[in-house]
Design a protein around this ligand. Structure first.
Ligand SMILES: Nc1ncnc2c1ncn2[C@@H]1O[C@H](COP(=O)(O)OP(=O)(O)OP(=O)(O)O)[C@@H](O)[C@H]1O
Ligand SMILES: [Mg+2]
Length: 611
């Protein structure tokens, strides 16, 4: 699939409009933060307001103290009554500053935990509401990946915003005091820090663009890393001698990324240093000017102290405000992915006031001129498919690899909607039914069914999770699929954890897993049973046994079977042969053999290999 075909993904453009778009992400973020932890946020805001005003208050108290001392030593004036109280006040303010800073840190920690949890739960919730289509789209994956990693990383940004508010209040209060004594100093200070702001903002934006561009490579690196360290791949990696191939590939990718990142960081370092130097010049220039004014008697010594402190505080705070702001704006760009992810809506969904699925189904399913192409692909996988699946009918779908058998199942279960044509259930378009209700009526075991690393009983209960404690139903489903024989060999039987990711887990063979998965279908109290290659991993004896039971159990029930094994296919009431996206032949096994078409050919080929 090429970019042009997908066409729903754009590289971020390197311009200011994009940047402002990033800032627009901030309000929705705050809404989420507030929802995640209202109490913590409120306390944090209060403390920051308090902390913001402490620096100026302390400077003012210092000014009073120094002026009193100056008056005492130079003019022999009496010490004011409150003098020592001023010293105590200064001490109290310093303590308060320390305490509030620590409590703010504590709140930030709490907020980080709560927000991360909130975002992760929301991402999981939202991902589960999306359709298969999204999950089979690689660009969706990049978005999901960025949302996941960077959504929770944004906690730094939230804390930065708290800091920003605090820094702004401090700056404004200090700037006001500077302005009071010397407006020029303030102007010089601002002029010297503005370039830093612009540079920082620019680099934050470049950082985002770079990181966005690197996502596919990072995803591939993750994939290689997992591949190199997973149980599933270990056998092949060893025998095919693939580890150094994987390591080389990983190293190459990571070197490329490293080079790009370092180039940007180097530019940022140099620009950052130059502009910071300008800031220092501004500070010392203003400082020298204040000293000069004190020497000529325009300012008192206490005022000089206040101004020196205010200039130092203001210049570092103005810088902090600007760089915090640009880092927030830069980080806000990353939020685009999170917010876009949350705004992805499933394309397959239930209509409002959708119908409940019929129970019992009276007329069955009907494909009417159904055609289908996967989104983003121009290839027509199914072309004008027409067939009926009557209640109590067992249909088998056969065809070579990639002819669209599994795709028919995906359409029948509405994991995808047909591109054109209609699928009817009891003469009503399946899009009219409530999705969950429709899904309740079908039991599907896909060829790539999941092997859950849970207990054997839970693995079966997956088929109908509300029966997870219903031992009786689980065991009888296991007996029907022959999983019972497998489970009884396990040390902890139904309580045995399967798979070997966790301690004490026992792995099963492919055929054993398949029997377990099959039990899920039997546990499900569904009206239509669909098995996609249910016997692919079974040995000949098991296959025969499984099918004998399947035949008994589905007697008079609607079922759809997909299989490459003719011993399995033979027992269907009707066989549909898919070829080049259309139904080439249909009929029962004997009829199809008589026609002597492709079914007969395929059958002969298989039979010959057994002779
Ligand atoms: N998610 C997807 N996106 C794009 N194309 C797809 C997707 N899934 C399947 N296809 C394509 O659709 C065609 C039909 O696939 P399908 O899985 O239905 O084949 P199948 O008949 O079940 O084959 P098999 O016997 O190998 O299971 C294939 O050519 C495949 O490449
Ligand atoms: Mg298939």
């Amino acid at each position: 699939m090429t970019m042009a075909q997908v066409g729903n993904y754009e590289e971020p453009h390197s311009n200011w409009r994009e940047y402002i778009k990033g800032v627009r992400n901030v309000p929705p973020l705050f809404k989420m933060v507030w929802k995640a932890a209202p109490g913590v946020v409120a306390s944090s805001i209060f403390l920051r307001l308090l902390a913001a005003l402490i620096p100026l208050t302390m400077l003012a108290v210092t000014k009073l103290i120094i002026d009193s001392i100056y008056n005492l030593t130079s003019h022999h004036a009496a010490i004011p009554k409150v003098f020592w109280w001023l010293v105590v006040l200064e001490f109290a303010l310093a303590s308060l500053a320390m305490i509030s800073a620590r409590v703010i840190d504590f709140c930030d920690g709490l907020l980080a935990d709560k927000f991360t949890r909130y975002i992760n739960v929301r991402i999981m919730d939202h991902a589960s509401s999306l359709d298969l289509m999204s999950f089979e789209d690689p660009f969706f994956y990049d978005k999901l990946e960025r949302a996941r990693v960077q959504g929770t990383d944004r906690i730094g940004m939230i804390q930065a915003t708290g800091r920003l508010v605090q820094e702004i209040i401090t700056t404004v209060s200090l700037a006001a005091s500077i302005f009071l004594f010397s407006p020029w100093i303030l102007i010089v200070l601002i002029a010297c820090t503005l370039p830093t702001f612009l540079a920082e903002t620019r680099f934050a934006f470049l950082g985002y663009t770079l990181s966005s561009r690197q996502t596919p490579a990072r995803r591939e690196m993750d994939y290689l890393r997992v591949l190199g360290g997973s149980k599933e791949s270990a056998k092949e990696l060893k025998l095919f001698g693939l580890s150094s191939f994987l390591v080389d590939r990983y190293t190459k990718l990571s070197n490329d990324l490293y080079k790009e990142t370092v180039t940007l960081s180097r530019r940022r370092l140099i620009a950052g240093m130059l502009f910071a130097l300008l800031g220092i010049i501004g500070y010392y220039g203003s400082y020298a000017f204040a000293i000069y004014q004190t020497l000529i008697g325009v300012l008192t010594l206490g005022t000089l102290t206040l101004l020196a402190g205010a200039i130092a505080g203001a210049s570092s705070n103005i810088q902090a405000v600007l760089s915090t702001f640009s880092s927030i704006a830069g980080q806000a760009l990353f939020l685009t992915d999170l917010l876009e992810f949350f705004s992805v809506r499933p394309k397959v969904f239930s209509k409002p006031n959708a119908l409940l699925a019929p129970r019992p189904i009276r007329r069955g399913f009907e494909f009417k001129d159904v055609s289908f192409s996967y989104p983003g692909s121009s290839r027509v996988v199914l072309k004008n498919i027409n067939f009926r699946l009557e209640p109590s009918e067992r249909i088998a779908l056969v065809g070579k690899n990639g002819q669209g058998k599994t795709t028919i199942v995906k359409l029948l279960t509405r994991l995808y909607d047909a591109t054109s044509g209609q699928i009817l259930l009891d003469d009503v378009d399946i899009r009219e039914y409530n999705l969950e209700d429709l899904w309740r009526e079908v039991g599907v075991i896909f060829q790539d069914f999941m092997r859950y690393e849970l207990t054997s009983s839970e693995n079966i209960a997956i088929g109908r999770i509300k029966d997870r404690d219903n031992e009786f139903r689980i065991c009888s489903a296991a007996r029907k699929s022959l999983a019972d024989d497998v489970i009884r060999q396990l040390p902890k039987r139904y309580e045995q954890r399967l798979g070997c990711r966790f301690e004490g887990g026992v792995d099963l063979s492919g055929g054993e897993w398949q029997k377990i998965a099959l039990a899920r279908a039997y546990l499900r109290d569904a009206q239509l049973l669909i098995l996609d290659e249910p016997t692919a991993s079974l040995d000949a004896g098991s296959e025969h046994e499984v099918f004998k039971r399947f035949a008994e159990l589905t007697e008079g029930k609607m079922s759809l079977l997909i299989s490459h094994r003719f011993s399995t296919v033979k027992m269907a009431d009707r066989v549909l042969v898919l070829e080049n996206g259309s139904i080439a032949e249909q009929g029962c096994h004997e009829q199809l053999l008589k026609i002597g078409g492709s079914y007969a050919q395929m059958f002969e080929l298989q039979a010959a290999s057994y002779r």
